[in-house]
Design a protein around this ligand. Sequence first.
Ligand code: DC
Length: 232
Amino acid sequence: MKQSRPQVPVITVDGPSGSGKGTLCRLLARELGWNLLDSGALYRLVGIAARNHGVGIDNHAALEVLAGHLDVQFQPGADDAGDVRVVLEGEDVTGVVRSEEVGALASQVGAVAAVRAALLDRQRAFCVLPGLVADGRDMGTEVFPEAELKVFLTASPEERAARRFRQLIDKGDAVSLPRLVADIETRDRRDLERSVSPLRPSPEAVLIDTTGVSIADVFARLMSLARERGLA
Ligand code: DC
């Protein structure tokens, strides 16, 4: 008798930078005991690889090759706190991968259709039992259109910039808040207006505005949605 493939449950969380996706996805994955896909990290790594190899943003053919052959390892951090070390082509890039500069590079390579196509299989490979929490811009629309629960998080640009500001200051990065607001606006515009897989909620997505709402409250809401759908 032919065995059917086990269905892997997926929760997608999409939204702009600073909407709280990263933190909430980590909490959700930990609570459910599921796998976590940080798709932004893949775009960020393509950006770093392009910079390291001197590949320009206009060289789509070379960017496609880099995206299709990303030599990356996600290794458990030394302190056992759930931190992950990111190693690209043998070099530890953990310290730079989440920087604003690399975020801007990621947004640029993310606008290239060939890069998005080259990363599709790698992203879908994260979809294994017992389940997947997928964090990104097009998780619900393009990468996992069959997901059981799709969430789209938003927050005002000012609040998103303030959250990023705190994150970067905590990491010891020197940043200016007005500069961060301007960078977030540029990145939003590029992610929203690109012709391929623009940032946009799937019609089935539950929209949650996190402006002025604590992470704990948004997390409780997400868990209650997951329970309603029999996922938790
Ligand atoms: O989520 P993040 O800040 O790490 O993402 C960095 C950039 O990568 C974002 O501005 C656009 C791009 N990106 C994308 O195009 N598609 C995704 N699924 C995730 C990120």
